[in-house]
Design a protein around this ligand. Structure first.
Ligand code: COA
Length: 322
């Protein structure tokens, strides 16, 4: 027994910063950002739009979509690396905000692969009959971890949250493959901040921010993502042609295109929304799932592959029947 996704939800901060706005803040251009990444704009959280707030909004929507009451949730897992509060964990704050009084709550951090690993964790609990229903959420306010004076990183990221309700079902299918390469971790880092006060967006403090060796991360992603997708297909005894959609972490349009090319699969099977949202780290996969579900593109019985990759370095793929 494993879980099946019964409902999805999302939250996008109200404020939107397009590439032209960034080009007034630093030496960059819409042409450079779009050409290198496919990103046209990103949502940026304002004060009050915290990780927990956005996670709770996405969770509420997912519950309504699944027609599940908050009290019926046994487990809340929030994947995040950007929570404003270290304690209590964001999952406990979500519990309070949505009234899921019966849930066990904790956070999990594995950067951009975090949502996939949170989903795997929830599946393990459901598979062991420990819990029946879980809320799995990816939520990030990356704009607080972004060095707005480093144009090579700040143009890439955005804020947002996505959530799914997972319910144990006899005929559900979920197969996963995951890996970590700790020795490659220096390619993408963010040291914990010692300045907890709110950072006004667009300014810079001397605290620590996300740092990245873009080329190394790019090489890692385009080589390891196809590899782990083929691994999960083989485990499941499925061919690539049987897959309806490959939902990849939205880090860069060129990474997604390169994976499609490498796998010799049509690009139409790789949904993308990075143009509108940027890289939202562990929120990107549930945001994409929610968008595709709302657009009516996911049909019962479709085989879907999710794939996450990022800091750690970590990566993985999961195959499920919708
Ligand atoms: N606007 C304009 N110029 C910029 C810029 C910006 N926002 N950021 C960097 N540049 C400049 C650099 O200063 C450098 O200039 P120089 O050649 O004069 O020194 C040049 O652009 C670098 O360009 P290039 O080598 O072509 O960059 P790239 O093709 O490696 O693209 C990334 C950079 C970051 C877009 C790319 O490496 C990438 O997407 N990597 C993966 C990042 C990622 O997805 N991380 C998250 C994973 S979860």
């Amino acid at each position: 027994m494993v879980g099946k996704i019964k409902g999805t939800g999302s939250y996008r901060p109200v404020q939107v910063w397009d590439n032209d706005k960034l080009s007034h803040m630093m030496e960059t251009s819409d042409e450079w950002i779009r050409g290198r990444t496919g990103i046209g704009q990103r949502h940026i959280a304002s004060q009050g739009e915290t990780v927990a707030y956005m996670a709770a909004r996405a969770a509420g929507e997912a519950l309504r979509d699944a027609e599940v009451r908050p009290e019926e949730i046994d487990l809340i897992l929030v994947s995040t690396m950007s929570s404003e509060r270290i304690m209590p964990c964001a999952a406990c704050e979500v519990q309070k905000l949505i009234g899921a009084t019966g849930a066990t709550c904790f956070d999990l951090n594995s950067a951009c692969t975090g949502f996939l690993l949170a989903l795997n964790t929830a599946q393990a609990y459901l598979g062991q009959h420990i819990y029946k229903r879980a809320l799995v959420i990816g939520a990030e306010v990356l704009s607080n971890l972004t060095n707005w004076q480093d144009r090579s990183t700040c143009v890439l990221f955005g804020d947002g949250a996505g959530a799914v309700v997972l319910e144990a079902e006899e005929d559900a299918v979920y197969i996963q493959a995951t890996h970590s390469i700790g020795k490659g971790g220096d390619a993408l880092t963010c040291t914990s901040r010692n300045q907890p006060e709110f950072v006004e967006k667009g300014t810079n403090l001397s605290a620590t921010y996300m740092q990245m060796d873009g080329k190394e991360v790019f090489k890692f992603a385009v080589s390891k993502v196809p590899e782990v997708i083929f691994e999960v297909l083989e485990k499941a005894g499925k061919t690539k042609e049987e897959i309806r959609f490959y939902m990849l972490h939205q880090a860069n349009q060129r990474i997604v295109s390169s994976v499609a090319k490498h796998m010799k699969e049509p690009l139409e099977k790789y949904p993308m929304n990075i143009e509108r949202l940027g890289n939202t780290s562990s929120a990107s996969i549930p945001l994409l799932l929610d968008e595709w579900k709302k657009r009516g593109k996911l049909n019962p019985g479709d085989w879907i592959v999710l794939s996450g990759f990022g800091g750690g370095l970590t990566y993985g793929a999961s195959l499920m029947r919708w």
